[in-house]
Design a protein around this ligand. Structure first.
Ligand code: HAM
Length: 432
């Protein structure tokens, strides 16, 4: 009986060698830009205490209610709303972990503003579809500390997110902007929504009815046509915010104008994570269809204190790598990088010499390879072409006896002999 063949789990994917070229390119560009802006990379574990996510992302959020991937039977039990779940969960996002680490490692003692970034996988038990995965990757950026409390920092971070996205050749994006105000303003906003939506509950979908009770902001996100129609007359004019919060928002917009970053104000943008205060934003790429947010973020001035640290304002964002790759896939036809040198070995007994040559040239940064079976010249040349080799060196009887390599330039067909006594000349030739 044939043995069962395994497939990659739904909502995850293998990143194959050809894909890695684009992944590495994207990460390198991001690291360079983040370095220019003064951000330092760090890494946290891919799982944490479930309670950390419940207390930061929010007990009532969809992420914590429906999408957490618990590590069954690991760690003490945790209580999420009325559920009792495993004490450890795969991280659905990076901000909570970074704040946990910021507090635990007493970053506040060393600096008044910590500028941090991370690149890595996140996990959400969502129903998979195009652009919505169970394991996906984020480039996340967080600025934490009392000195982050500046509208100029908000504007700079938002501009940074757009800079990184643009550096991948993605220009057709819309930056959506809104403010939720302080913790107290959010309470007023929530009361305002409850009052104004309360009259049309019968027209809302069952999901929105429960959102109305648990987290009324999420009603504004509903894609259901009837819910959208029911909310049409709702006035979202920031009148529920304090004057200070409105002034802060005005200062962020003015700084964005100075930086030449264009934005669309979307007063219904509330975001699905509870920790946000003040400015929230989302960068979307309309051609991606229903999952069009390629990055999002905002301020979270309360979170450090809520997680047991000293009060510290903070702001950050995260970009979804897979969604950015979807947005670039129509632009970039990535060429396989290719190698500098392929060594064709015509007889088994020449392999020891070929191995030595490969070792020597690779030490000098030459990308080199060979076939490990002394097949026909034709089959080895086919392999060289497949690897996109720019040069091919042949070791046959004559080359072996004379201690030389005959090297063919695959672009122009020219041939040249090199002595094995001194490989420097060969290295110079094939590396250019
Ligand atoms: P988020 O909006 O949940 O925010 O995720 C940020 C980005 O991650 C999204 O815009 C999207 O590109 C990508 N993403 C999210 N879920 C999925 C999924 N299931 N499949 C594929 N891509 C996905 C956060 O995670 C916050 N931690 C951002 C932040 C940092 N706020 C402040 N600091």
């Amino acid at each position: 009986m044939a043995k069962k063949a395994f497939s990659v789990p739904r909502g995850t994917s293998d990143i194959l060698p050809d894909d890695m070229i684009q992944w590495n390119d994207l990460e390198e560009k991001a690291r360079n830009i983040l370095g220019c802006y003064g951000y330092r990379e760090m890494r946290t574990p891919i799982f944490e205490e479930t309670e950390l996510f419940a207390r930061s992302v929010g007990q009532a959020s969809d992420i914590v209610q429906k999408q957490m991937l618990n590590l069954a039977a690991q760690g003490d039990k945790a209580h999420v709303g009325d559920m009792t779940v495993s004490g450890l969960s795969l991280r659905p996002e990076g901000t909570a972990s970074i704040v946990r680490s910021y507090i635990e490692n007493r970053f506040d003692r060393a600096e008044k503003l910590s500028k941090l970034f991370y690149i890595g996988p996140m996990f959400r038990g969502e129903r998979p579809q195009k652009g919505r995965l169970r394991q996906f990757h984020q480039i996340g950026v967080e600025a934490i500390g009392p000195e982050s409390a500046s509208p100029y920092l908000d504007a700079e971070l938002i501009a940074l997110s757009v800079d990184i996205i643009n550096s991948f050749g993605i220009d057709d994006v819309i930056l959506k902007l809104n403010t939720l105000g302080t913790k107290e303003d959010k309470k007023n906003f929530s009361d305002y929504l409850k009052q104004n939506i309360g009259g049309c509950l019968s027209k809302l979908c069952p999901d929105c009815l429960s959102r109305y009770e648990r987290n009324v902001f999420r009603v504004l996100d509903c894609k259901n046509k009837n819910c959208k129609a029911a909310l049409k007359g709702l006035v979202l004019d920031h009148s529920y915010l304090s004057q200070d919060s409105r002034d802060y928002y005005g200062a962020v917009k003015a700084a964005l104008n100075i930086l030449g970053v264009s934005y669309q104000e979307v007063p219904s943008l509330v975001r699905g994570l509870d920790y946000y205060t003040h400015v929230v934003f989302e960068v979307s790429c309309p051609k991606l269809g229903s999952q069009d947010a390629i990055g999002a973020g905002g301020r979270y001035n309360q979170l450090v204190e809520d997680l047991g640290g000293l009060s510290a304002d903070a702001m950050g964002f995260a970009l979804g790598i897979e969604r950015m790759l979807l947005a670039t896939s129509s632009l970039v036809q990535e060429q396989r990088q290719g190698i500098d040198l392929f060594v064709v070995v015509l007889e088994e007994r020449f392999f020891p010499r070929a191995l030595q040559i490969l070792k020597s040239v690779r030490c000098q940064g030459v990308r080199a390879d060979m076939s490990f079976i002394a097949g026909s010249m034709k089959s080895q040349m086919r392999q060289a072409n497949k690897l996109n080799a720019r040069h091919v060196a042949i070791i046959g009887e004559e080359e072996f006896n004379r201690g030389i390599l005959a090297v063919k330039n695959m672009n122009d067909g020219s041939q040249q002999e090199f002595s094995l006594e001194d490989l420097d000349e060969l290295i110079k030739k094939v590396k250019t």
